[in-house]
Design a protein around this ligand. Structure first.
Ligand code: LMR
Length: 392
């Protein structure tokens, strides 16, 4: 069964945007960082890694079903630098086709090993989660993901819904920069969630697509500390698409953290079988870029600086956008909460008004009200706010 999609999916809207002939059209759909000139920059650290690879590679015959050991080392470094060596012996990293590929493989593993378990998703969540995780939507459940006030996520509401989860169920949690709301638990909230999952024997599955866009590579991974202390089993799906700006290389990883060695080896063997039976093995170019940068301290810190630049720019743009909404007096109408991070802002607009933005003004955002703040330039901001005023 092919799971149903929203009426206007991200990719459909992107196609419509591309076909729109208006010169003042505005694309705020897909989550991609563009600079003030509207370009998605290629980072200097990435360019250098690519140049190095093209100049130095001696063959194109790599055969690693789960990716190269150097890539695994890089993933371990970005995920577990805060948890110290405590997980060292309990982890298997598998290179995947972006974070989507990691989610897909996690869904297949869950179907194989836990066919009766449910997967709990936040409501709202990224539109592709259901489809990627499990074609059998009977096992997809939802927990509410709501603000307590303008500044805080309501963990109690999440737990109220998750109390109906059964031992062995999986809970998908957005590690940072929640897509679409931009609202994340603080460290105390993560501790509560880790405690809850441990007590109820729930298995966390983290979608970590935006590492480095909330604070920094290291700080954004701190949520893993309470989970690694309290849980024996969890999985992380991460991506380098956004934080390295290598969207088209499709480079991500599925990381299995299983303290039970037999189980970990078994799941690892199965996932390698799944890879072999579908796309055979992952491409190498993106994973080379990742390991070349992350495994070298100098290149790593240069990349971190570039990422910090993008992250600060997002905070600046969000701040400027909210100030402009305040200035023109519509902030309370369109914003439910303000302490957001990452690439998205969710606006309180009806589907009808979002359709009007698209049809009358050539402004494209998702039907849910999600707009990509990472694609809104300072130059476009006043015009966008003015159009918003007209529409509401
Ligand atoms: C998004 O939510 O816009 C990104 O994750 C890109 C995608 O593939 O949907």
């Amino acid at each position: 069964m092919i799971p149903t999609k929203p009426k206007n999916s991200i990719m459909q809207l992107l196609e419509r945007y591309n076909q729109d002939t208006r010169t003042d059209k505005l694309n705020l759909t897909v989550g991609v960082y563009t600079d003030e000139s509207g370009c998605c920059p290629i980072l200097d650290s990435v360019r250098d890694a690519e140049y190095y690879r093209v100049s130095n590679q001696t063959h194109k015959a790599s055969f690693h079903l789960a990716g190269a050991p150097e890539f695994h080392q890089a993933v371990r470094k970005v995920l577990f630098s805060s948890t110290g060596n405590s997980l060292e012996d309990h982890v298997e990293v598998i290179q995947t086709i972006g974070c989507s590929g990691a989610l897909y493989l996690a869904g297949q593993l869950i179907k194989y090993y836990a066919p009766t378990s449910s997967i709990w998703l936040s409501s709202p969540t990224w539109e592709n989660h259901t489809a990627l995780l499990n074609s059998n939507v009977d096992h997809i459940r939802h927990y509410r993901y709501q603000p307590a006030n303008q500044e805080e996520l309501c963990i109690d509401t999440m737990l109220e819904d998750l109390q109906f989860a059964q031992p062995g169920d999986f809970v998908l949690l957005h590690a940072c920069c929640h897509n679409p709301t931009g609202m994340d638990p603080n460290l105390a909230g993560w501790r509560m969630l880790a405690e809850f999952c441990a007590e109820r024997e729930l298995i966390p599955l983290f979608d970590f697509a935006y590492q480095g866009f909330a604070h920094s590579i290291e700080q954004d991974a701190e949520f893993l500390v309470p989970f690694s202390e309290r849980l024996d089993t969890f999985m992380v799906c991460n991506s380098f698409s956004k934080n390295m700006g290598i969207y088209d290389e499709r480079t991500g990883a599925l990381t299995l953290v299983f303290k039970d060695e037999t189980k970990r080896a078994d799941w690892h063997k199965t996932v390698k079988g799944l890879i072999r039976n579908t796309y055979s093995m992952p491409p190498v170019h993106g994973s080379f870029i990742v390991s070349h940068i992350i495994n070298d301290p100098v290149r790593f810190s240069r990349w971190e600086q570039e990422l910090t630049g993008m992250c600060n720019d997002l905070h600046r743009r969000r701040g400027a956008f909210f100030s402009e909404l305040d200035r023109i007096g519509i902030a309370d109408q369109v914003l439910s909460y303000r302490k957001q991070q990452g690439m998205f802002v969710c606006l309180n607009l009806s589907e009808e008004k979002i359709g009007l933005l698209r049809d009358a003004y050539g402004v494209y955002l998702l039907d849910t009200g999600r707009m990509c703040i990472a694609s809104l330039s300072t130059a476009n901001m006043p015009r966008f706010c003015e159009i918003l005023t007209k529409v509401i």
